[in-house]
Ligand binder design. Structure first.
Ligand code: SF4
Length: 295
């Protein structure tokens, strides 16, 4: 039986890029990461969906670097240029315990995929009686699907983006191969492990899957295809977050397709489609008509 070390020590295969570089010897893969954990920030965050943030806040840790290269990433200094400070596993343990002490409702690991080996080891130790709040895996869903099997032991809630319904769009806009094949496979695994989102009597998520769909400009069909995938595989009760917040940053400013915000009509079209399918648990964002402000 394979161990998580087998996907890391002799060559890194933690994510769908499958680089095979020896990070423990200082080599860096496509995610720009070697063996050192880099963290950009850690704090109580109030901007996630209500069952994740609530009134008390989510104990959020933003990891630096990323296995995707999204042209429009709003956090590009962190994800693409590695802004952050180095930490080892012991210091990561301390950060998590500090957030728990500050009454965070959960530990929200943002962009964790390329550090899944390190995080797995850390959370395994903490789950042994020290950590008593849920662990949220806040992911682009581009893990090596074999790694997801290990995550079952350490993750309580999957907050999972599905970005593209076509591999070709993922190659074009995020420079990753077979994204859709991998993400769809992973999200099915997430659901099999944890089921649909479970919310306690105080409104906080305790376990399960919440799928996030960022509506991209001119890509309404992409969002609808992802909604349909969720409906077909998880039923109408699946929790979805339909996100209208797209704002062009980074390389999107020079991209003819990406250099504008999402129009009110586009977002409404996506919301209407979810309603038409009878999806019961959708988080919807407010959107003003941004046409006048399109770049
Ligand atoms: S995490 Fe992914 S991108 Fe980074 S080195 Fe490993 S396989 Fe490559």
């Amino acid at each position: 039986m394979k161990r998580i070390e087998d996907f890391y020590n002799d060559g890194c295969f933690l994510c769908g890029n499958m680089c095979g570089v020896k990070r423990i010897s200082g080599e860096k893969g496509k995610c720009n990461s070697d063996d050192t954990i880099y963290i950009a920030s850690r704090n109580l965050h109030f901007g996630e969906e209500p069952p994740i943030s609530g009134y008390d806040g989510s104990g959020t840790i933003f990891f630096s670097n990323c296995s995707l290269k999204c042209r429009y990433c709003q956090n590009y200094p962190i994800s693409q240029f590695g802004v952050g400070k180095p930490y080892d596993q012991d210091r990561l343990i301390n950060i998590i315990l500090e957030l728990q002490k500050k009454k965070a409702k959960n530990i929200n690991l943002v962009t964790p995929t390329h550090y899944s080996y390190h995080i797995y080891r850390v959370i395994k130790k903490l789950k042994d009686g020290l950590l008593n709040i849920p662990v949220v895996w806040n992911t682009s869903s581009y893990e090596n699907p074999e790694i997801v099997d290990f995550l079952d032991d350490v993750v309580d809630i999957y907050l999972a983006d599905i970005r593209y319904s076509k591999n070709s769009d993922a190659e074009k806009y995020s420079s990753v191969k077979k994204y859709t094949d991998i993400a769809f496979q992973n999200v099915i695994k997430f659901f099999k492990q944890k089921g649909n989102l479970q919310i306690d009597e105080y409104g906080y998520a305790t376990k399960g899957l919440l799928v996030r769909i960022l509506v991209l400009p001119g890509m309404v069909e992409n969002a609808k295809d992802i909604i349909k995938f969720c409906y077909d595989n998880f039923g109408r009760e699946i929790y979805l977050s339909l996100m209208s917040q797209y704002t062009p940053y980074y390389k999107a400013l020079d991209d003819p397709n990406l250099k504008r915000r999402v129009k009110f009509e586009e977002y409404q079209d996506v919301v209407d489609y979810a309603k038409k399918l009878g999806l019961e648990n959708c988080f919807i964002q407010e959107i003003e008509d941004v046409e006048e402000r399109c770049l």
